[in-house]
Design a protein around this ligand. Structure first.
Ligand code: ZN
Length: 98
C-alpha cells in the first residue's frame, strides 16, 4: 500500500550518481570513498569509513564524472587515473571478456 511504500522509500534513501546525477537505489551504484588516510578507493562493502560518493556501474557515468571531475569534487580530493581504471573494471554495462 501507499503508506508502506513511503516508509520503505525513507529507509532506503536513493543515492545520486556523480556522473549522470540520477538517483538509484544504493545497491546499484558503486560506492567510492576517501579513507581517513586520504586514499580513494572503491568500497565493496558500502560501509567503510570515510567520505563517500556514488556512481552508476556504467562507463558513460564514469566518463562523465571524470570529465567534470565530479568524483574529485564529491570526495574533495584528487582522484587518480588508477581509481578510474579500477572502477571501469567494475562497470557492468559493457562487459568485455578478455
Ligand atoms: Zn549515473
Amino acid at each position: 500500500m501507499m503508506g508502506e511504500e513511503r516508509k520503505a522509500e525513507k529507509r532506503k534513501r536513493p543515492r545520486t550518481c556523480v556522473g549522470c546525477g540520477e538517483e538509484s537505489p544504493k545497491r546499484e551504484l558503486l560506492r567510492v570513498i576517501r579513507t581517513p588516510e586520504g586514499e580513494v578507493r572503491y568500497d565493496p562493502t558500502g560501509r567503510a569509513n570515510g567520505r563517500g560518493a556514488y556512481i552508476c556501474r556504467c562507463r558513460e557515468c564514469l566518463a562523465l564524472a571524470k570529465k567534470r571531475k565530479a568524483l574529485s569534487r564529491a570526495l574533495k580530493t584528487d582522484v587518480s587515473e588508477d581509481v578510474y581504471e579500477n572502477l571501469l573494471t567494475l562497470c557492468t554495462d559493457e562487459k568485455r571478456e578478455a
